[in-house]
Structure formats: C-alpha cells, structure tokens
Design a protein around this ligand. Structure first.
Ligand code: CP
Length: 317
C-alpha cells in the first residue's frame, strides 16, 4: 500500500491546507469525538535533535486519537552511537510503528529516509530545510487571529537557517499575502528560496528589509524567530548578529493595535516578556495549536486508503 510522506510545505496546495485547518478546528472544538479512532496505532518518534513542542505535541496528538508512541529516545542512548545509518534506523523502526516522525540536523534527511520506508514519514525539521507541521500550526494561528487572505506579514530574524520560515513562506504563496522579510544581510533568506517565492507569487508580494521600523505599522502579523546559534559554522559570525532584532513594548508602540506577534519558540531574548501579557502575543496559543493540527494531520495520513492526498506538489526538497 502506498502511503503519503509529509516532507515540505511545497507539497501542500491551498485545498490541502484548508482541509487540514478545517479538520483541526473541528478537533479543537471536540477532541473526544476521535478518542478511539486510532486505537492500536503506534507512532514512531525519531528525534536526532532536541525538541520540546514538536515531540510532545505529536505524542499528545497520537494519544488523543487513541494510539500510542514508541520513542527512539536520545541519540546518545540509541544504537546511532554504534554507527547505525539513518536508512537502517528508519527501516527497523517502521517494523515497530504505523507512521514515523523524524527530526534530524541534516537538510534533506527526511527525503532520503522516506525513500526507505512504506509507512508515512513526517518531517519534523531537517536542519535548515523545512518544518511543514510547524507551518500548519502557524497557518492555523494566523487564520484564527488575522485571516489568511489580504494578509501583510513580517517574518524577522534568522531567515537563512530558519526552517520554520522557509516552510511558512512557501505555504503563504497559496494565499493573498504580502511577505516582508526582515534580517541582517548575513541571515537573509537563501537566494533559491527567494527565487522560488517570486516564481510562485507575484514578485510584488515579496520584500526584503534590514530594519523593522519602516514596515511595522503596516503589519497584521509579525513572526519573530530565534537566531539559531547551533546552525552557525563559525561562532564569530553568530556573535556579530546575536541580540539583533529584539522587540519589546516600546518597539510595538509603532504597530497596529491589532498586530499579532508569533514565534515558533523556543525564544531566547527576541521577544521581551512584557509582551506576553499583551493582546499582541499569540506564541503560546500557537504552540498549543500543535495538538489539534497534528491530530488532524495524523488522522489524515493514517486513513485506511493510505493516501491523504498530500503528495500532489513538489515534495523532493
Ligand atoms: N517550534 C519547534 O519546533 O519547537 P521544538 O524545537 O521545541 O520542537
């Protein structure tokens, strides 16, 4: 039986996205409606990099659907330390689980791993590549707070290594959006991503900036990201940009009263805690939305016919 893999948001059409978000909203309203739907189903968690939100919300989602999880645990406690390849690891764990969730530091690892398994494999972050399930909960949160059409969004911080940014930017080209990318020059979006975005969306919808100041008043959503120290090949390069692009209450005085501030989390110092109690802050709600969104995705991926219709696009990144 052929199964879908979810590797990149490029696979997802507007219709796919709306199906998932609508279903997630149903489950959010009444999670008990599906509490036995996947009794006996086992989800395999393979996290080769740290995670709090993604791993725990996948586990919660599977359990709320009546299933259970098996967890490879930390790399240090697994046979990866004996030299086992990723291809062998996923081939073994597909024998223990009905679907796999993989996070790995290497870009392209999820695509490679998916070629070795017949059960659905979900990319939970591949290095600086993609993080499509984060994108689905981001879109869910944007839709709840600001709507997905006629949207002006600022995406700020580490745009070069930020997999949540890459996945979100591609997905937003399915909607009527204006995307402003705000970063230091050294952390701009990869040029191939900018090229793709221009191809997929009228180029007028994509703008790059080094300063938030000019665009802030026009934004409906500001999506802030962490400067990811662990992705810099050179610590000196990290130190040059560490601490830039932080926001606090004074920054937001120039923003619309309706501005929604989002962050995939974890944050370090990009958003001052004083913003947490304002109506702008949506980042904890965003993290909580990971459960209904991942419930919807898992239910669709584990559907009886094995084809959730998520493989129509360019899923080979
Ligand atoms: N947003 C996100 O991917 O968080 P974790 O690294 O904690 O999973």
């Amino acid at each position: 039986m052929r199964h879908d893999h979810l590797i990149t948001s490029k696979q997802l059409s507007r219709a796919n996205i709306e199906t998932i978000l609508d279903y997630a909203a149903e489950l959010d309203a009444d999670p008990s409606a599906v509490s036995d739907r996947h009794a006996g189903t086992v989800l395999g968690l393979l996290f080769f990099e740290p995670s709090t939100r993604t791993k725990m919300s996948f586990e919660t989602a599977m359990k709320r659907l009546g299933g259970d999880v098996v967890d490879m645990g930390s790399v240090e406690s697994s046979s990866v330390t004996k030299g086992e390849t990723l291809a062998d690891t996923v081939r073994v764990i597909e024998g223990y689980a009905d679907a796999l969730v993989l996070r790995h530091p290497k870009q392209g690892s999820a695509t490679m791993a998916s070629e070795f398994v017949d059960v659905p494999l979900v990319n939970a972050g591949d290095g600086a590549g993609h993080h499509p399930t984060q994108t689905m909960l981001d879109l869910y949160t944007i839709r709840e707070n600001a709507g997905l059409d006629d949207l002006t969004i600022g995406i700020m911080g580490d745009l070069k290594y930020g997999r949540t940014v890459h996945s979100l930017a591609y997905a937003l080209t399915n909607f009527d959006t204006r995307q402003h990318f705000i970063s230091p020059e050294s952390l701009q979006l990869p040029r191939e991503v900018v090229y793709d975005l221009h191809q997929q969306q009228d180029g007028t919808g994509i703008r790059e900036h080094e300063s938030l100041e000019d665009v802030l008043p026009s934004l409906d959503v500001l999506y802030v990201t962490r400067i990811q120290r662990e992705r810099f090949p050179d610590e000196n390069e990290y130190q040059k940009v560490a601490g830039e692009y932080q926001i606090d209450a004074a920054t937001l005085e120039a923003a619309s009263d309706d501005l929604t501030v989002m962050h995939p989390l974890p944050r370090v110092d990009e958003i001052a805690p004083e913003i947490d109690e304002t109506d702008h802050a949506a980042y904890f709600e965003q993290a909580h939305n990971g459960v209904p969104v991942r419930m919807a995705l898992l239910d669709l991926l584990l559907s009886d016919d094995g084809d959730a219709g998520l493989t129509g696009g360019d899923g080979d990144e």
